[in-house]
Design a protein around this ligand. Sequence first.
Ligand SMILES: [Fe+2]
Ligand SMILES: [Fe+2]
Length: 269
Amino acid sequence: MRWNYQKDIDYSQINKESVKDNKFLFYLVTIASFIEITSDEYAKNLSQYYNDNKEAVNWLQNKWEKEEIQHGESLKKYVQTVWSDFDWQKAYELFLKDYIPLCKSENFQPTKAKEMLARMIVETGTSTFYRALEAYAKEVNEPVLAKIAYNIYKDEVDHYSYFDRYFKLYNENEKNKRGDIVKVIYSRLKEVDNEDAYLAFNAICKTKKGKECEKKDYEEFKKTINEFAKKYYPYNMSIKMLLHPLSLNKTVEKAMVPTIRGAIKILGL
Ligand SMILES: [Fe+2]
Ligand SMILES: [Fe+2]
């Protein structure tokens, strides 16, 4: 692994004053920690799906899974350091109860190349998210979170290129056309607003307030996410990563940018 959160991140240097009352950041980082730390479920299912490919399984289990879990651990420690009165473990257990049934391989794409492509879209989402989080952390003057986010961002881009490599490998046989590729990208993008974040948000609410969260609280949180995205989300990076599997020539790619930008706005990203 290129970094180790226990050695390379000095949590004692956190500028707590600048973040401790930031409710939005608390929810954002806690939700991310829950989803990342549960990556072993996906690693298990993906390893089964690709069991014909020893190299891919080895990478998934010995690199991808370990790095994703480190993302979760580093964020968990951040939450526990800044918001120490929050019972992370209790909230996480509530989250797991609802989340585990969703991590099923039945939700995978129907073919191996297409699932690799779907994973590229997920890594596009995570790498751009952490890029945005890094920019946000810098702006609120919290260098430790900025450093964690930067490290995670680098890993996620690396994951993207591995999935890209395997996508190309499987697609040599499958020969999916651009139309098929667009369909997978689109369907995966639509799932971005899926239940994961809501389940995590609700588990946090229940732990903090002892009751289910109200719809309006979650709507409010989503509104703040949109403002966050408008300001910090690296749209151009995201568009480039989304268009890459289509292997378009540069002129066509350039012409596509406004369409994709419009599409991801419509999808509320
Ligand atoms: Fe991650
Ligand atoms: Fe990743």
